[in-house]
Ligand binder design. Structure first.
Ligand SMILES: NC(=O)c1ccc[n+]([C@@H]2O[C@H](COP(=O)([O-])OP(=O)(O)OC[C@H]3O[C@@H](n4cnc5c(N)ncnc54)[C@H](O)[C@@H]3O)[C@@H](O)[C@H]2O)c1
Ligand SMILES: NC(=[NH2+])NCCC[C@H](N)C(=O)O
Length: 704
C-alpha cells in the first residue's frame, strides 16, 4: 500500500440509473443490477485498498450518481474547488461533498451560480503536477478555468470535448505517471489535439481506438505503475504494458450504464503539488454588443451557436427585447475562448453578423506596417463581403472596394485616413494593415419584418430551390432584370460553355440584345463554342438543331479558334462577317464589355482570352464594379471567382445543375443570393419567355 496516495469513494447503496443525463444512460433507466453493481464496486474498492488509502463519503438517498466521487470537486494541496453540477439531477450532491471536505479542514472554493464545473471528472492533473488539463464543452464551462488557475495557482490547459459520449474529460483522457497519456483523440477538437501534441511527446502518447474508448479504457485509475481499468483489448493492454505499467482489469458493466467506470468512482484526495508553479491560463474573454431583430431574424441564436461551434463559450450579460414589431433588440454577450487565436476566429465571425464592442470597450483598430511589397503582417484581418468600417483615430472609416479574402490597408491622406480592401499582392510598403479583430465592424442592414419576409419569399433567402420552384425564381429574376434595366442599373453575367451546349446561347444573346446585360465574364470556352455554333451550327461538334454529333465535328472549335486568331480579335471577326449571331456577336454589336479569363484547359486561346490571370482578375473586378445583380450561369470556375470579388448587397443568382456548386455560391449568409438547381438552357429559355410576357403586359397596361 502506498501511504501518500489516497482516494475518496462512495458506496453504491443508492446507486441506480434513475434518469438520463448522458448518452450511456439512454435506454438503461432501472436496467442496472444492484447486486452486480455492489459486487463490481467492492472489487474496485479492494484493488485500490491494496495500493492506496481509501476514504468513504456516506451515500445519500435520492442521489444515485453520488457514487461517482470524481465529480465531487477538484483538489490540490489543501484547496478544494467544489463542483457546480450542470444538471439539476446531480446538484443535490453538492452540500454533502462540501460538508465532507470542510470537516476534513480543506479550504473550499465555490464557483459563482450558473458557472458549471464538474470537478475531477473534467479536470485532470498532469501526474508530475506541472499543469492541469481542464475539459469543457458539455458539463463544465470554459469560464471556470481562470478561476481554477487562480484558486489552485496552476497553469490550466483547456481542452474542448466534441463527442457527446465522452462528455467528461476523464472518459477520454488519462494522464499516467512518467508523463504518459492515454487518450482518445477523436473526442477533442483539432485545436485541443494540437495542444495535447505540443505538451506530450509522441512516444508518451497512447492514443486509443474507438472500441477501447467505448469500453471506458481512458477512465482508468493510475497508482504509480498500476493502471486499473474496465476490460480492455489485448493490443491496448500490450501497449500500456510496454510503456512500463501493470494493467489490472476489473469489470464495470453496471456503472457503464450510467456513463462511468473505474476513475469516475474515485476521487484522488492527495495530488502531487509542485512548489514553483504559478497561475496561468490562456482563456480570453471579450464582450460584444449586437443590435437588430435579434430574435425574429435568428441573429442571436446564430451568434451563440457560432461561438460554441468554434470552440468558445458565452454568457449573455444583458438582453433587451424590442417591444414593438418594428423595434430592435440589443444584447451584450461575454465571449470566452481557450486562446487568442480561437478568440480572433470567433470575433471575426461575429463581426460578420454585425457584432461590435460595447461602447465602454471601443478602441481603434490595431495597425501594422507593410514591410515587404505584396505581403501582409501575419495576423492581418481577412476582409469579407460585408460593408466594413474600421476605427482609426476614434472615427469609423468605411473600407473602399469591399471584397472577401483581402486585407484592409490604411493610408493617411490630407482628408484623413482612407481604408481600402486590397489583395495581398497589391499591398505596398508604407501602407498600414489592420490586424487582430478590434476596432472593426460590419454594417448589416436592419430590415423590417415585412421586408425580410417579402424578400425571403421572393428571393428565397439564399436557399437552394428545387425543380418545382424554378419557375417561381425565374419570375422573380425576370422582374428584377426588368427593374434594373429600366432604371439604368447594371447586370453582369458570368457564363460557361454549357450555356451553349444546352441551347441557351440564343436566349443569352437575346438578353444582351434587349439590354438586360451590361457586362459578360467567362473563359475561352464560352466564346469558342458560341462562335462555333454561329459559324458552323455545332457546339463542341454537336449539331445544335438535331442534337447529334457531326462527323469530324470535334475539330470545329479548333478551326474557329484558328480563324478568329487570324482576324486578331472577336470584334474584328464580327465586323468581317465571320460571326453573325450569338452571344459574342451581340456583345460586340451592342458594345457590351466582356472579359475572358484564361485557364489551363484552354485551346488556342482566342486572341481576346487573357492568359495573365492577375490581369484577368483585374478586368473582372473592373467589370463587376457597381453591379446590381450577377447572374452566374453554369461555370463553377468563373462563378466562384466572381463570388469572391463581389461584396454583399449585390444580388447573386447562381444557376447550376450541381446542387453542391449552387450551395457553395449561394450560401454567403447574405439575403441577396439565390441558387437554382436546374439545366441552364431550360432556365434561360424560361427567363426569356417570362421577360417577353412582362414586356407585353407592360405594353398592354400602357395602352389602356
Ligand atoms: N476548348 C477550350 O478551350 C475549353 C473547353 C472547356 C473548358 N475550358 C475552360 O475551362 C474552364 C472551366 O470550364 P467551365 O467553367 O465550363 O467548367 P466548370 O467545371 O468550372 O463549370 C461547369 C459547370 O457547369 C455545370 N453544368 C453542367 N451541365 C449543366 C447543365 N446542363 N445545366 C447547368 N449547369 C450545368 C457543372 O455542374 C459545373 O458546375 C473555363 O475557363 C473554360 O473556358 C476551355
Ligand atoms: N467522472 C465521470 N465521468 N463521472 C461519471 C458520471 C456519470 C453520471 N451519470 C453523470 O452523467 O453525471
Amino acid at each position: 500500500m502506498t501511504d501518500s496516495i489516497r482516494f475518496l469513494m462512495c458506496a453504491p447503496d443508492h446507486y441506480d440509473v434513475d434518469y438520463v443525463i448522458n448518452p450511456w444512460m439512454e435506454g438503461n433507466v432501472h436496467k442496472s443490477s444492484r447486486d452486480r453493481a455492489v459486487e463490481q464496486w467492492e472489487k474496485l474498492y479492494h484493488v485500490l485498498k491494496e495500493n492506496a488509502i481509501v476514504d468513504l463519503v456516506p451515500p445519500q438517498k435520492g442521489w444515485p450518481d453520488m457514487v461517482f466521487t470524481a465529480n465531487a470537486g477538484l483538489l490540490l494541496g489543501n484547496t478544494f474547488v467544489l463542483s457546480r453540477f450542470y444538471h439539476k439531477e446531480r446538484q443535490g450532491e453538492e452540500p454533502y461533498f462540501k460538508e465532507w471536505f470542510e470537516d476534513k479542514g480543506f479550504t473550499v472554493h465555490e464557483l459563482p451560480k450558473d458557472l458549471p464545473f464538474e470537478g475531477a471528472g473534467d479536470a485532470l492533473l498532469d501526474r508530475e503536477g506541472r499543469w492541469l488539463w481542464a475539459g469543457y464543452g458539455f458539463r463544465s464551462e470554459l469560464d471556470s478555468h481562470p478561476l481554477l488557475a487562480n484558486w489552485l495557482n496552476i497553469e490550466v490547459l483547456s481542452l474542448r470535448l466534441v463527442d457527446e459520449r465522452f462528455y467528461h474529460l476523464d472518459t477520454c483522457f488519462c494522464p499516467l505517471s512518467g508523463g504518459y497519456l492515454l487518450y482518445y483523440p477523436a473526442a477533442f477538437d483539432s485545436y485541443s489535439n494540437r495542444l495535447i501534441e505540443m505538451r506530450v511527446a509522441p512516444e508518451k502518447r497512447i492514443a486509443i481506438e474507438e472500441a477501447d474508448a467505448a469500453n471506458f479504457a481512458c477512465n482508468a485509475v493510475n497508482i504509480n505503475n498500476i493502471v486499473v481499468m474496465n476490460k480492455v483489448s489485448d493490443s491496448l493492454k500490450t501497449r500500456i504494458t510496454n510503456a512500463g505499467f501493470k494493467v489490472i482489469e476489473t469489470p464495470m458493466s453496471e456503472f457503464l450504464k450510467a456513463g462511468g467506470a473505474c476513475k469516475c468512482l474515485t476521487l484522488r484526495v492527495i495530488e502531487p503539488v509542485q512548489e514553483d508553479r504559478s497561475a496561468n491560463v490562456m482563456v480570453e474573454s471579450r464582450a460584444i454588443r449586437m443590435e437588430g431583430h435579434l430574435l425574429d431574424a435568428g441573429l442571436i441564436s446564430r451568434a451563440l451557436d457560432l461561438i460554441v461551434e468554434n470552440g468558445g463559450s458565452f454568457q449573455v450579460l444583458n438582453f433587451s427585447l424590442g417591444e414593438q414589431r418594428q423595434s430592435t433588440s440589443t444584447a451584450e454577450v461575454k465571449v470566452s475562448a481557450p486562446s487568442h487565436d480561437v478568440m480572433e476566429d470567433i470575433i471575426a465571425l461575429l463581426i460578420d453578423l454585425g457584432a461590435v464592442s460595447p461602447p465602454q470597450e471601443l478602441c481603434d483598430a490595431i495597425l501594422e506596417p507593410v514591410v515587404q511589397d505584396g505581403v501582409g503582417p501575419d495576423d492581418f484581418y481577412v476582409s469579407t463581403i460585408y460593408p466594413t468600417e474600421v476605427r482609426v483615430n476614434n472615427q469609423w472609416v468605411k473600407a473602399q472596394n469591399q471584397r472577401m479574402d483581402g486585407a484592409v490597408a490604411i493610408t493617411e491622406t490630407a482628408e484623413g485616413p482612407v481604408a481600402t480592401c486590397k489583395l495581398l499582392r497589391d499591398l505596398k510598403v508604407g501602407e498600414k494593415v489592420v490586424v487582430d479583430v478590434v476596432g472593426i465592424r460590419t454594417i448589416r442592414k436592419t430590415e423590417s419584418r415585412e421586408q425580410r419576409n417579402s424578400q425571403e419569399f421572393s428571393f428565397m433567402s439564399g436557399s437552394v430551390s428545387s425543380e418545382r420552384r424554378v419557375e417561381l425564381v425565374v419570375e422573380q429574376v425576370a422582374w428584377e432584370l426588368r427593374q434594373i434595366r429600366d432604371r439604368g442599373g447594371k447586370v453582369v453575367v458570368t457564363a460557361g460553355p454549357v450555356v451553349i451546349h444546352t441551347g441557351g446561347g440564343e436566349h443569352l444573346a437575346h438578353l444582351i440584345r434587349e439590354g438586360y446585360v451590361q457586362a459578360l465574364l467567362g473563359g475561352n470556352a464560352i466564346a469558342v463554342h458560341d462562335m462555333e455554333q454561329s459559324n458552323m451550327g455545332t457546339s463542341l461538334g454537336v449539331d445544335m438543331k438535331r442534337g447529334i454529333a457531326v462527323r469530324g465535328g470535334h475539330r470545329h472549335h479548333l478551326k474557329i479558334i484558328n480563324t478568329v486568331r487570324r482576324y486578331g480579335s472577336i470584334a474584328k471577326a464580327v465586323e468581317a462577317g465571320l460571326v453573325t449571331n450569338g452571344v459574342m456577336y451581340e456583345c460586340v454589336k451592342n458594345n457590351i464589355p466582356f472579359s475572358l479569363a484564361g485557364s489551363i484547359r484552354d485551346d488556342g486561346p482566342l486572341p481576346d482570352t487573357q492568359m495573365d490571370l492577375v490581369k484577368a482578375q483585374e478586368e473582372y473586378t473592373e467589370l463587376l464594379r457597381g453591379a446590381d445583380m450577377v447572374l452566374m450561369l453554369s461555370s463553377m470556375l468563373h462563378s466562384i471567382g466572381v463570388g469572391n470579388m463581389t461584396p454583399a448587397g449585390v444580388k447573386m443568382v447562381c444557376v447550376d445543375i450541381n446542387p453542391a456548386v449552387v450551395t457553395k455560391l449561394s450560401d454567403r449568409g447574405s439575403i441577396e443570393s439565390t441558387g437554382v438547381v436546374t439545366d441552364v438552357g431550360l432556365f434561360l429559355s424560361l427567363l426569356v419567355n417570362q421577360l417577353d410576357k412582362l414586356t407585353s403586359r407592360h405594353h398592354v397596361t400602357q395602352s389602356v
